[in-house]
Ligand binder design. Sequence first.
Ligand code: MN
Length: 197
Amino acid sequence: MALTLPDLPYLKNALEPHMSAKTLEFHHGKHHKTYVDNANKLISGTGLEKEDPEKIIKEVAGDASRMGIFNNVAQAWNHAFFWNCLKAGGGGRPTGQVAKKIDIDFGSYEKFVEDLKNAGATQFGSGWAWLVLKNGRLEVMKTANADTPVAHSIKPLLTIDVWEHAYYLDYQNRRPDFLQAVIDNLINWDFVNSRLA
Ligand code: MN
């Protein structure tokens, strides 16, 4: 099997109260698992089974006849990445290289937060808000549905899932409150720094 469901890098209740065990039980155990299972069914027999997910994403991106493969493999990759972007006791101002680069490329941490929240809140329907490295500069971007910077050969450093299933059990329709809680309490800046290094 080319794709596997990675274990969460923390206990299911570790991110409470900002992200409940119930949310992680469904989000990781049901939604993410279904993307992995469907991806494996769809790539079976296509010759893509032995490729790594990033390569599959780039190969099938934009190919209408393989949209199902793209959607499920990209969602599997995006979710595995998202879990690594979170940790208990995270969030708030970063340290290290990413802190310096945020000041240079956004002007301030506050401006970065404003841009990231705005990207997540204004993504119409389902999608993702991202901090990426593009042409050597940090940028915020948003993508719809399963789309991912990986498909555009842009390096993701951080993401927040803004599909309703990411926040509805804990925040109902209040997506901006979910974004603020993740930004203030859960971002794993050590992981972001490791991506930047
Ligand atoms: Mn999700």
